[in-house]
Design a protein around this ligand. Structure first.
Ligand SMILES: Cc1cc2nc3c(=O)[nH]c(=O)nc-3n(C[C@H](O)[C@H](O)[C@H](O)COP(=O)(O)OP(=O)(O)OC[C@H]3O[C@@H](n4cnc5c(N)ncnc54)[C@H](O)[C@@H]3O)c2cc1C
Length: 392
């Protein structure tokens, strides 16, 4: 079959890899002019790690990634108030890596066959499914036909909007914004430690990366519309964090000088169905759990793998789409529900939540407590299907 995947992030190239391996003719269209660089660091483990193993990309992930040894909470003077080893939350350090989202995307992209056609700097303008084919018009004016189209274009998916309807039907704001930026030569470094500081309304995280780069991640309570201009985004962050303790003033100083500022809402996507006719959504476009879940990339890979495997096993795309949803719906719903409850860690709403966050952080290192508080929500209750190696 001729298939079109919209989006070359995490889910898109993973799906491209498996659909090509199943013998399909794959085209990917990405609206950015090239693979995106920079961005934020993600933790990667669980069933997504299993998919990475099946794609033989774990050595490349390890080479570009980091294995953090501590998540440490500090007070306004930078003194340690709590900390735990990430290994106590995830299954094992051997099956976990922290890596820039852009590096994960690049590694997956590089694993894809060169026979996959990739079009950068374009997108889909209209999609018309006549029951036999999907007629696609691109922004560039190009017109093509495909047997199936997949929206892997992230939280703000255009495919979802074009085919399933407006965002407000599916997007639930969790009342926060997230911002990420980098600085070179920042004076404070703590190798392989995620340094975390929270006040009522926000959390600021600092991570020391290779080549004297420091990554900052701010999660901030915010209701209402999101500013789209960088100057307004910075103003919003300064207003909320302006009086912050610890290194917050230095961080805000770095923000102005940063070449890129990642800024977005913290939202979830919940849909009654991720497929209709010959179109399916995958990754954040279908079921974004929000960054609070800390697993969106891994889940995007799982979804893409399951979808690719189901389509490799069944020539009837409707049956494959139905099984894709059956296998994943409850897992994704449980991740979304768990993530909703984690908002207090990333941006306590009041002094009581701040106290609660710090109290939980203090006992996180104790194995039984960790498992009770977070562990189970981080386990992936799914058995991945076997990919039929002969393809179709
Ligand atoms: C701050 C932050 C921290 C996070 N931390 C973690 C973590 O620790 N662990 C984890 O697993 N996940 C984490 N996530 C979540 C993770 O980044 C996402 O869940 C994951 O990237 C989803 O992959 P995706 O391929 O569905 O979408 P994306 O990675 O967003 O990729 C979508 C792609 O589609 C392209 N695109 C968008 N619109 C169009 C269009 N109209 N036409 C063509 N192309 C288009 C985009 O340019 C992009 O390349 C975090 C997210 C954030 C914001």
């Amino acid at each position: 079959m001729k298939v079109l995947i919209v989006g070359a992030g995490i889910a898109g190239p993973t799906l491209g890899h498996w659909l090509h391996r199943a013998g399909h003719q794959v085209t990917i269209v990405e609206h950015a002019p090239a693979l995106r660089r920079g961005g934020y660091l993600i933790d990667f483990w669980g069933a997504g790690f299993d998919v990475a193993e099946r794609m033989d990309i774990v050595p490349a992930l390890r080479e570009r990634g980091y294995v953090m040894t501590e998540a440490r909470a500090v007070d306004r003077r930078g003194r340690r108030i709590a900390g735990f080893d990430p290994e106590s939350v995830i299954e094992s350090r051997a099956r976990y890596v922290s890596i820039a989202r852009s590096d994960l995307a690049a590694v997956i992209y590089e694993a894809m066959s060169p026979d996959v056609e990739v079009i950068f700097g374009d997108s889909v303008r209209s999609l018309e499914d006549d029951g036999q084919r999907v007629h696609v018009m691109f922004d560039s004016g190009l017109r093509r036909e495909f047997d199936l189209v997949f929206g892997a274009d992230g939280l703000h998916s255009r495919v979802r909007r074009l085919v399933f309807g407006p965002d407000d039907q599916f997007e639930t704001s969790l009342g926060m914004v997230v911002a990420a930026f980098q600085a070179e030569g920042y004076p404070h470094r703590d190798e392989l430690v995620a340094m975390m500081y929270a006040e009522v309304g926000f959390q600021a995280v600092r991570l020391s990366l290779r080549d004297d780069i420091t990554l900052f991640l701010l999660s901030v309570r915010h209701e209402g519309p999101l500013p789209s201009k960088r100057a307004d985004q910075e103003r919003l962050l300064r207003t909320r964090l302006g009086d912050g303790g610890w290194e917050v003033p230095e961080m805000l100083h770095c923000m102005s000088a940063a070449s890129d500022l990642y800024f977005d809402s913290v939202s979830q996507i919940r849909m009654p169905s991720w497929t209709t006719g010959r179109v399916a959504l995958v990754g954040d476009a279908a079921a974004c759990p929000s960054f609070l879940a800390g697993q969106g990339s891994a889940l995007a890979m799982v979804e893409a793998y399951v979808l690719g495997t189901e389509l490799a096993m069944d020539a009837d795309h409707s049956a494959a789409f139905a099984r894709f949803q059956d296998r994943l719906r409850s897992l994704l719903r449980s991740k979304q529900d768990a993530a909703k409850g984690l908002g207090l860690a990333f941006g306590p709403k009041n002094r009581f939540q701040l106290w609660e966050r710090n109290a939980v952080m203090k006992v996180m290192g104790l194995p039984k407590v960790t498992d009770a508080v977070m562990g189970r929500s981080f386990r992936d209750a799914i058995v991945l299907p076997e990919f039929p190696e002969a393809g179709r």
